[in-house]
Each structure stands twice: as C-alpha cells, then as structure tokens.
Design a protein around this ligand. Structure first.
Ligand code: G1P
Length: 947
C-alpha cells in the first residue's frame, strides 16, 4: 500500500490516518518570527526563540502525550427536527464533545478499538490540512494550519460540515494554551512564572503579557505579548472567552476533557482582566445550527507581538519602561484584522504556498515522480535549517537556538544554488568569525556575521571547523567566477580564547571588544584569502604524536569528544590535504586570470610557510612552529604586513598537501585481504582506532576484542581529497560493502560495532549501537561518501549510496516519516530527526553537480552527466531545472537507449538551439560570457544528447 500520495510536482502529499504513526510533525514558519511544529493532532509547539515560546516547548517524547495544545471543539447536540431548542448548562440533549483535531478523551479511547473517525492529512511546504470525519456526530471538519510569510502569526482555519441528513447543532470552542515565556521555565520556576502573567480579553481574543521574563539573561521587564484571537468566517466576534487553564479544564479536568466544553460553561466577556494564572486562548463561538451539507468556518490566530521587533525597538536590559498594553493590543488588532474572514485566510494561504514553492527553485525529473517529489522536500530542507537552526523542532531539542559553525557553512552550499545573490556577503561576513589562531567563534548570533563570545568559557575546538569555509568558498568561486571575493577585507573575531583552545588571553576583556586589534589599538582587517590560508595552515601544524592533526574537542562527529589529549583525526587530516591542494589550484587561477603575483598577509603569519621534509616529518618541530605563531598572535597583531609571491605560496601549499597524502598512505592504510581502508583516528591512549581482524597485528589495537573496526568518515575524506589511490578506492568500496552496508538499516553505517564503551574516544560509544553517531546510517556522512565517489569517477557506487538512502526514506512502512531525508535511520530503518540535517544540502548538491553533472567552473557552466539508466524516463530523458548566474535553465539529458553512463559520450549539446562545445565528448560548456548574454526572464533550454 502506498502511504504517501503526491498531489503535484511541488511536494504536496496526502496520507491517511497519520495519527496512527508516532513522531510525525511538520514545520510551519515564516521568513522570520514564528517557528512552529505541528503534528497530525495539531500538537507541537511555536516560538520565536529560546526565550519566547508561545506554546509549551515539546521534544519528541512529548508528542504522544502533548494534549495541552491547539484544539478545536464542537459540543454536538442531539438532533431535533425543530432545530434550535434553547439549551444551556449540562444538557441532557448533549450528544457529546468532538475535537476536530482528534484530541479528546473519547477519540483517544476509540482510536484503536472502535475507530469512529477517519482522518487524512494533506501537506506541503509550511502548511498542513487535516480532514476528519465522524460518523457518530455526522460531522466532517478540515483544519488548515500555516504561519504567515512575515512570521507574525500562526493561522488555524477550521471548516465544519454537516454530513448527516439531519440538522446538527454545535457550540464551537477553540482552545490554544498560551505558555508565554522562556523554554528555561519548563521546569525551572514553572509555577512562579505563571504568577507574572497578566491576562486580558479583548473583542476578539485573549492576550497575555508577562510582567517580567525569567530566563538565563536574568529577570527583566518583559515587553512581549502573546495572543490568541478568533472570529467566524465572516469576521464576527466570538461570544466569550476562557482565558485561564483553571477555568477551562475545571477542577480535576484535563485538556482531553475540559470542563468548559463538557458542561457548556459560560465564558468571560471581552474586557476581562486576570492575573497570575496559566493562560489559555479559549474562544467560544455562538451556537450554530448546520443544515445537511452546510459548512461553517472559524479562524484562530495566535502569535507573539514582540515589542522589540514591532513598534518598540528592543533594547535588552536597558529598556526599563513598562510595555504599554494598549500599544501591543493595537498592533495585534491591526495584524489580525487583515485575517479575519474566510477569503482573507484563503488569500494568505495561497500566498504562503506560492512563496515557499517559489523558494525551492530546483526541480528534478528522474523517471520517478515520487522520487522527484522527495527530492523537492530535500531541496526545501536547507531552507528549513536556515530558519530553525538545530534547536527548534521536536527531535532537535539541543542548544538554545542558532546554528553551529560547520552547519552555517554547509547550509550555504545549498543557498549558493537556490539564493546565490545573497551568498557573497554571507560568505564574507561569516569569515568574520575566524580567530587569529585559526579557530573560530562557536556561538553564532541571529544576525548575519554576528558572533558571540562563549559565555561559559568552555574552550572547545572542533578540529574540522576550519575545513568547511573553503569548501563553500570554492563552490562559490566555481559557480560565479568571482575571484575578487578573496580580496575583500574583514576583521577577525576576538575573545578570551587564545592559542587554539590551549590558553586564555588574560589581557583581553569585554571592553577590548570582539574584534582583533593591532598594537596601535586599531581593528585589524585581513583579506578573505588570508583567513583561508590561516585556517588551513594552522591546522597543518596542529598535530599529535603520530603526526596527524589533533582531534581536540571533536571533528565532524561531535560525539568523538573524549580524546582531548592524544586523539588525532586522520579523517580530517585528509580533508585538509585536499583543501591545501585546492587553495593552490585557485591561487594559480588567480595568477593566470588576473595577473596577480603577490599577496599581502599579516607579518606574524610568515612562519606558517616554513617547509621541508625534516620539519614535516617531525611532529614536535611542527608544534613548535605553531607555538611560534600563536605566541606572536596571542594578544594583538603588529599591524605590519608581509608580501609573499603567489608562486611560493602555491608550491608551499602543494608540498604540504603532498606530504600529508604520502604520509597517510604510508602509515594509515589497513589491508584486509582484497579489502582495505584507512585508519581514521587515534584514541586518547594514542592507539589506532581502526583495524582489521583478518590481517592486523594486535599490538597497536585499541580494544581488547579483535573485531574488525572500520569507520566511514576516514574513507570519505580520503576519497574526496584524493588521498586514496584508485586501487585503494576500490578496496574501500569492497570493505564498506562488506562491513558497513546494511540494506535494511538504509545503507552504509557510520562504523562497525566496536562492542566497547570506548571512553578514550567519545560519548558516541555510550549510544546504543546503530543509533545516531554510533553506527547508524547517518545520512550526512553517507551522502558525502556518495559525493566523494562520484567526484572520483565511481558513479555506480555513489548511486548505490544515494539511492539506498532515498529508497529507505520512501518506504514509509519502515521509515515512518514524511517526505525528506532524515538525519539518520535507526536499526529498524525509522527515519529520525526530520528536516534539519546537513545531508539535505549535500544530497541536493550531489544530484546537481555530480549526478546531472551541472557544475560551475570559475563561472562557466559545465555539464558532464553521470546518470544511471534507471534515472531516465521511458523516453530516455532526465531533466533538471535550476538557476545559474541569475538565469533560469531547464536542462535535459537524452540517453535514448539508456546506456551505462560511462558507455556514452556527448554527441551534441545545445542552449536555446545554439550548439555548445562538447569537449572531447566528456562535457559540454557554456561560457560565462555567453551566459551573460542570455535574458533574465525566460527559461533557457539546454539539451544534451548522449550516444
Ligand atoms: C549533525 C550536526 C553536524 C554534525 C553531525 C555529526 O548532523 O548538525 O554538525 O557534524 O551531526 O555529529 P546533521 O544534523 O547535519 O546531519
């Protein structure tokens, strides 16, 4: 049976009885403002940041008991042919209370026994519609939920239809509990913070303005108002309100069986003021008689009037003036009055749908409409991570908001494809987070280029961090040809941390500020290129006893975090070797294209160009060079520059890269019959972490048991960086297939089962095997594995990785997830941590640049497809819609006989009918100068004919 049924080519889908599956939720958000999550029962939460939660914060384990949430009730009266009998109070004619969200004690009880309701969910980007039919009550309801593009409010539009043959009488009541405070108060001062609440009812709703906010920033005067408003479809006011939990659920009541609904309790009129209680936006509408097939509509709006964002500029801690409630109410009134009728809501919904569809301006046609629709959601995911960071969906309950450094840069990869115009400045601003010791700020503010000093003084260096910025920058250079960006000048980040997490700069204090200065007390600026060189050269010298780069706090795998002293990451030593080579490549281009042959750097950095085999082979000597540099730059810089020849810089980088590669090939390769792989790590005892049970001598083994230990990460970066030779790549593929591949779990696992709680390497070994960073099929690393394979001409192997992931996600019975790619699949193949994963950026990028082979090459567009026969449709055609250099392209690859990718050549290539050069049959090229002549409005057709 097919569970997910797509409705169009834009990812809209339906699913029946979604509440019968656990852990499902959708994101609903605006471009800024509200970030909500919503389950099929309308559970989930809504917030603008850690300190402003409109609905009570939820984690994944709260979803199945998340009942104090958005709800909409109908008290349904026994049919009387006469229609409207005047009834009140606990009513003998009351047939029952029906929740249009399936969120009542009665529905809960009957869910798996005597199922009375049928439900269907329809959803797309940033909206969902749940339809529910009750035979018992003769009613059908549709609830459409979305957040406005501006993110000012979340909208619930409820339509109730009489599907019986007789008149039905209902009293509709909407209820959205207002949490109205910081997530910190979930357990810390939960009750005390409710005493701060000031609650009032207006003509249309309930407003809650806490007097103070209590959170990690201390106690401050609050200037935020939380609201729930309602109207009927014609904009009519509600009848009355239930503004407090106490009143709504009653003594001994629950949100599944609230007293106000159960006994038809009269509500409070508008103009009521209450204090010091848990709040609810309980909104009671007037009694309504529905004729057969008649429909009535109701609108609930909820949001956060952040006085800071709106009419009163927020000055944290300094603004001691009390918020003027009338002002907030006025703003809420003006906001909600534009969304008070059926047609207003409909228009808004259309705008929302259109907006997010437009944002995802990439589309694939690969012979399977379902797969193409999953890919649509994957392309949408990087946008979601830009909005939500890693903190604000039910699985993602870590951190207090914002994104990590590595995620910041990798999300940029996708944005480069989807919103390229904004990325240039983003790249420049993000380099402002680099410290003068080559490490970087790890707390990233909400504004672009805003970095915050670590409040807790936790010195943690993730040794992979310096690797990612150049990866993104390289893609940018290739897509745009804009080499000038490398010469943009920006400052460095400065805080207490110094010498790569090994010391504090005691001379620094907050009055120095967060920008690196010179001895002359001026802010020091260096080029983007200088930042790149610094990051990668410092890493080169930062080695451990085995002459591989120190692991420090961890690398890409955050859970390898317990080998501070002696840990080394060979995986990322490979990665940096690749960077050094690529930087040299770009610099040679600069020399040949722009004629530049010298560059200027801070004079302190000159020592990082020290070279020679003797130095390279000696870890102590390398550490000394690093020390020399970090001593020189421990506090201020001199401000003097040194001029270096570009040729010298290039050959220096290449020499270093070559040495790294040779050293790794020589010392880290593990042979295992016809298989083999690279050891990726050293543990805190300085022992090799990976080995083969077949052929390794035991003396260097980290664990007692002699089970084969292989990790994927080391292989990915060895392949991607060109460290692995062709023969080695083949052996790696055989090993990965033998030791890591598990079709049922979704593909290639991150590692084999070490069967040891390896506390000399990281917390990952505390996780159950097959979960998350300990041996799950972790999509992000798997996709990077695919990328590395495609890049080195192993398309078939790469395809297997990508396709297994996609097939697993698409197999709903197992993955139990809405469309998209999850962070990982567990041992049963369930997809976990929906939406927010770096895997999405890399998946999309790999599909475009490797599978379709549409890449930038210093501004030109080059097309070298590597599609498998099954990725073409019946006619042997595969298509990609994409923007490049501000132009829209529809690229079609024709392989009529569906031959293997490496058995065909490009016969002809056209852009809008004009012949393109098919370089050696390998790739077609559209020159930048030609692209720039193309019009901006029209979609340009590129046809690539293979034979
Ligand atoms: C997450 C983090 C990422 C980290 C990875 C492994 O992956 O976001 O920074 O490298 O775990 O620890 P993601 O959610 O991007 O798949």
């Amino acid at each position: 049976m097919k569970h997910i049924e797509f409705q169009d080519k834009n990812g809209s889908f339906i699913i029946h009885d979604p509440e019968n599956y656990s852990g499902l939720y959708l994101p609903l958000a605006g471009e800024k403002g509200l970030k909500s999550s919503i389950t099929p029962n309308l559970g989930g939460d809504s917030k603008t940041d850690q300190n402003h939660f409109l609905l009570e914060p939820v984690s994944i384990e709260n979803l199945h008991n998340n009942r104090n949430t958005r709800n909409f009730w109908c008290q349904v009266y026994k049919n009387t042919e006469a229609g409207d009998t005047a009834l009140s109070g606990a009513d003998p004619k009351l047939l029952g209370c029906w929740s249009v969200c399936g969120n009542s004690a009665e529905q809960e009880f009957q869910k798996f026994t005597d199922k009375q309701d049928e439900s269907t969910l329809e959803a797309g980007f940033m909206w969902q519609k749940i339809s529910r039919k009750s035979q018992k009550y003769g009613l059908q309801a549709e609830v459409t939920s979305f957040v406005t593009i501006s993110g000012d409010m979340e909208v619930e539009y409820v339509e109730i239809t009489n599907i019986s043959e007789k008149k039905v009488e209902i009293v509709p009541t909407g209820a959205i509990p207002v949490y109205g405070r910081s997530a910190d108060n979930l357990r810390d001062h939960r009750h005390v913070t409710s005493l701060l609440h000031r609650i009032r009812t207006t003509d249309y709703g309930v407003e809650v303005t806490p007097v103070l906010s209590f959170d990690e920033r201390g106690h401050q005067k609050n200037n935020t108002t939380y609201f729930v408003y309602g109207s009927d479809e014609n904009g009519e006011k509600p009848e009355s309100f239930y503004p407090t939990v106490e009143e709504f659920i009653g003594e001994g009541g629950t949100f599944l069986n609230p007293e106000a609904v159960r006994i038809n309790k009269p509500g409070k009129p508008s103009g009521t003021e209450l204090q010091g209680k848990e709040a609810v936006g309980g909104i009671r509408f007037s009694r309504k008689t529905l004729k057969p097939r008649e429909t009535a509509g109701y609108i609930l709006l909820c949001g956060i009037a952040d006085a800071g964002e709106q009419q009163f500029p927020r000055k944290e801690n300094t603004d001691k003036k009390a918020i003027d409630p009338a002002k907030a109410s006025k703003w809420i009134e003006s906001l909600t009055s534009g969304c008070r009728t059926r047609s207003q809501v409909r228009n808004m919904l259309e705008e929302v749908k259109e907006h997010w569809i437009r944002k995802v301006n990439v589309a694939f046609e690969t012979g399977s409409e379902d797969a193409d629709n999953y890919l649509k959601w994957i392309c949408f995911q990087p946008i979601l991570r830009r909005i939500y960071g890693c903190s604000f969906l039910p699985y993602h309950d870590y951190g207090k908001g914002g994104r990590g450094w590595r995620d910041l840069w990798q999300d940029c990869l996708a944005l480069l494809i989807m919103e390229p115009s904004e990325v240039r400045q983003m790249i420049i601003d993000n380099y402002g987070g680099v410290r003068i010791d080559g490490t970087n700020a790890t707390i990233i503010g909400s504004g672009q280029g805003e970095f915050i000093a670590d409040r807790n003084n936790i010195t943690r260096v993730w040794m992979d961090h310096s690797f990612w910025p150049f990866v993104t920058t390289k893609l940018y250079l290739d897509q745009t040809g804009d080499l000038d960006v490398l010469f943009e000048k920006i400052p460095y980040f400065k805080d207490l941390q110094s010498k790569r997490g090994t010391a504090h700069d005691e001379e620094w204090n907050s009055s120095y500020g967060n920008l690196q200065k010179t001895d002359a007390n001026e802010i020091y600026h260096g080029t983007v290129l200088e930042h790149i060189l610094l990051q990668n050269l410092c890493a080169f010298f930062d080695v451990g006893d085995h002459n591989e780069m120190c692991l420090h706090g961890a690398d890409w795998n955050d859970a390898l975090d317990m080998a501070w002293e002696k840990g080394e990451s060979v995986a990322f030593t490979c990665a940096y070797a690749g960077n050094l080579k690529d930087i040299a490549y770009v610099l040679r281009e600069i020399e040949s294209v722009q004629g530049i042959n010298r560059i200027e750097l801070a004079e302190e950095m000159e020592c990082l160009f020290a070279c020679g085999k003797q130095l390279y082979e000696n870890p102590e000597k390398k550490q000394k060079v690093l020390k020399q540099y970090t001593d020189l730059s421990a506090h201020n810089l001199s401000g003097n520059k040194v001029v270096l020849s570009l040729k010298m810089v290039c050959s220096n980088l290449e020499e270093k890269a070559d040495w790294l590669v040779e050293n790794i090939r020589k010392n880290e390769w593990i042979q295992d019959g016809d298989k083999g792989w690279f050891n990726g790590y050293y543990d805190n005892h300085g022992r090799k972490v990976e080995y083969s049970a077949v052929s390794d001598e035991t003396d260097n083994k980290a664990g007692a048991e002699c089970n084969t230990r292989m990790m994927l990460t080391g292989q990915v970066f060895a392949v991607m960086s060109g460290t692995a030779t062709e023969e080695q790549i083949q052996a790696i593929c055989r090993s990965a297939d033998a030791y890591l591949y598990d079709r049922k779990a979704g593909g290639y696992r991150l590692n084999t089962d070490f069967k040891e709680e390896k506390f000399d390497l990281g917390r990952m070994f505390g996780f159950a095997y097959g979960e998350k960073e300990n041996g799950a099929v972790f999509s992000h690393m798997a996709v990077m594995y695919a990328n590395a394979l495609y890049k080195t001409g192993h398309a078939k192997e790469g395809y297997k990785v990508l396709q297994t992931l996609l097939d697993t996600a698409m197999d709903f019975e197992r993955s139990k997830m809405y469309p998209g790619i999850p962070e990982y699949f567990d041992n049963q193949g369930r997809g976990l941590y929906a939406y927010l994963t770096g895997a999405a950026s890399w998946y999309m990028l790999t599909m475009i640049t490797e599978v379709f082979g549409v890449k930038g090459q210093l501004g030109d567009m080059v097309i070298a497809p590597a599609l498998m026969p099954e990725q073409y449709d019946q006619e042997g055609k595969a298509s990609l819609k994409i923007e490049f250099a501000g132009r829209k392209f529809s690229i079609h690859i024709f392989n009529r006989e569906k031959k293997e990718w490496n058995k065909v050549q490009i016969k002809e290539a056209f852009c809008d009918g004009t012949l393109l050069s098919a370089e050696g049959g390998r790739q077609a090229r559209l020159k930048r100068s030609e692209i720039e002549k193309l019009t901006l409005e029209k979609v340009h057709e590129i046809n690539i004919i293979l034979n």
